[in-house]
Design a protein. Structure first.
Length: 143
């Protein structure tokens, strides 16, 4: 039981951290905040700061949440699909593909947002981490 709870916690933490980055540092006119309003969630702690000029801070605020959410999604897929390894592969590819399609949609102004090549790099990096963790977990469970 504790092992399963630990897996849920590990999958939830990147999602939470990415959301907190949005709540504390992003402008309120993005889609994320309309979702919070729709669900009646208060985000009164929002403090838009002007630290965007720093490259690292800009990356953490604008690109890192995408990677964290992709990582979280892949870890949750592993939990949800348990021992359905083939389905896990298929849904992981679909999930990562959707993340890329969203970025491409931003490039062509089909989806609201700003296209950034760093988002692509971040999605690749965190997808690799998520896939690596999932593969290790599958190998561990097989033994």
């Amino acid at each position: 039981m504790y092992k399963r709870l630990f897996h849920y916690l590990i999958a939830f933490l990147p999602l939470l951290f990415g959301g907190l980055l949005y709540v504390f540092f992003r402008n309120e006119n993005i889609l994320f905040f309309s979702w919070l309003r729709f669900f009646g969630i208060s985000y009164s702690y929002h403090q838009y700061t002007n630290i965007i000029n720093d490259g690292i801070a800009s990356y953490v605020i604008y690109s890192l949440p995408n990677g964290l959410w992709v990582l979280s999604g892949l870890l949750f897929l592993n939990i949800a699909l348990k021992r359905e390894y083939q389905l896990l592969k298929i849904y992981s590819v679909i999930f990562i593909g959707i993340a890329f399609i969203i970025e491409i949609g931003q490039l062509f102004k089909i989806i609201r947002g700003t296209f950034c090549i760093l988002d692509f790099v971040t999605i690749i990096l965190f997808s690799s981490i998520g896939l690596f963790v999932n593969i290790r977990k599958v190998k561990y469970e097989k033994n």
